[in-house]
Design a binder for this molecule. Sequence first.
Ligand code: DUC
Ligand code: ZN
Ligand code: ZN
Ligand code: ZN
Length: 484
Amino acid sequence: MSQSILIRGGTVVNADCETRADVLCIDGVIAAVGEGAAALAPAGCEVLDASGQYVVPGGIDPHTHMQLPFMGTVTMDDFYTGTAAALAGGTTSIIDFVIPNPQQPLMEAYRTWREWAEKSASDYSFHVAITWWDESVRHDMGTLVREEGVNSFKHFMAYKNAIMCDDETLVNSFRRALELGAMPTVHAENGELVYLLQQEVQKMGITGPEGHPLSRPPMVEGEAANRAIAIADVLGVPIYVVHVSCIESAEAIARARARGQRVYGEVLAGHLIVDDSVYRDPDFTKAAAHVMSPPFRPKEHQEALWRGLQSGQLHTTATDHCTFCAEQKRAGAENFAKIPNGTGGVEERMAVLWTAGVNTGRLTPSEWVAITSANAAKLFNIYPKKGCIAVGADADLVLWDPAGTKTLSVKTQHSKGDYNIFEGMALTGVPSHTISQGRLVYANGDLRAVRGAGRYIKRPAFGSGFAAAEKRARELAPTAVVRT
Ligand code: DUC
Ligand code: ZN
Ligand code: ZN
Ligand code: ZN
């Protein structure tokens, strides 16, 4: 049976325009936008009144870790609970990560994650992490791009003795990504420095969570961002830096972009709001709940991140949603380096950015759409199917009530985590309805997420215009000397 929803009287906001328009969704796709939409509504069509509300593309969180086995444990939220929480907050797609153990065949890890994700309530996709290198990895990257719709590969420059990439792997993988038309992405922190600093901080007698930011200072992130950007420049491949948290890496990106390099940056909602004072909380549980990497930073870094988003030097917002409960965090009671790294946010991201971004005048509603959905869709090549309200696009939409209020709390969140890093934050501007695949999945507090309803999103490779390699070839060619 055909299912249809007509959204009447709202203001449609895309990344490039804001207009009063009705929107008709039929069978999971946007069938009409604008004046004629109501006339096309089939008999029995559900009608939602959006007067006084914005109608915006469903959010895309391009960085989550549901059901992640990490640091000796597994995150609280699995693909069902995590994506259900996402839907409650207006996020209708996530891009999660396949993270193979070193030496594990890529395709084996990929199939495992695909299976885990079948219970997702929202649409989902995967970046695949490159954690080691040999010919089989090169081969499997090709299979993933050509057959599985993976167009981005992640590189952890931190987590020594676990999933960290050395420069040899970075160079090989970036070059292979370029060949395939896939985007390399990096977690930029110098893992050797983190490893050394963790031991030095411990030797000083600092074993609690306050040691975590001391072992991962901003320059550690700046160094890695600069190195990854330099490698990408030499190879002529674009690069996306995940969770840019500080001035040092934001400036590395801005400098490279000023040189004409294709570099993109992602900011986490948490890094914009929470500062490093949380690590000095005398309550271990609270301090440890905030342990994630990169760590929360002093306030001046937050200002730089906002400026980056406002100026267009930084492009997407995400959460790195990766929830561990208090009991799991206690694994690091004697040593901060053993506290499982991760915090939540997938449900809160869009509203937090509205309150702290749009209500403060930092962002227009269209700019907010750009950084909560459209830019991620463009950078990972699923636009305008996702991230846009237009005829033919997926019917992933949110009715956004700019006057709606809510105070964030662990008591009311849908995530299975037992902590909320935004606890007590008063929001003005909240989702009233979320529509995913043309189905109403959230309505004024009533979450109707369906286990297994989410679909895997294939993301096609980029074409040859993606590369800066020809520029590099031209630069090198004239230096060849003909000797007689
Ligand atoms: N950082 C985290 O805090 N958790 C998961 C992985 C990461 O890089
Ligand atoms: Zn093959
Ligand atoms: Zn990371
Ligand atoms: Zn992450």
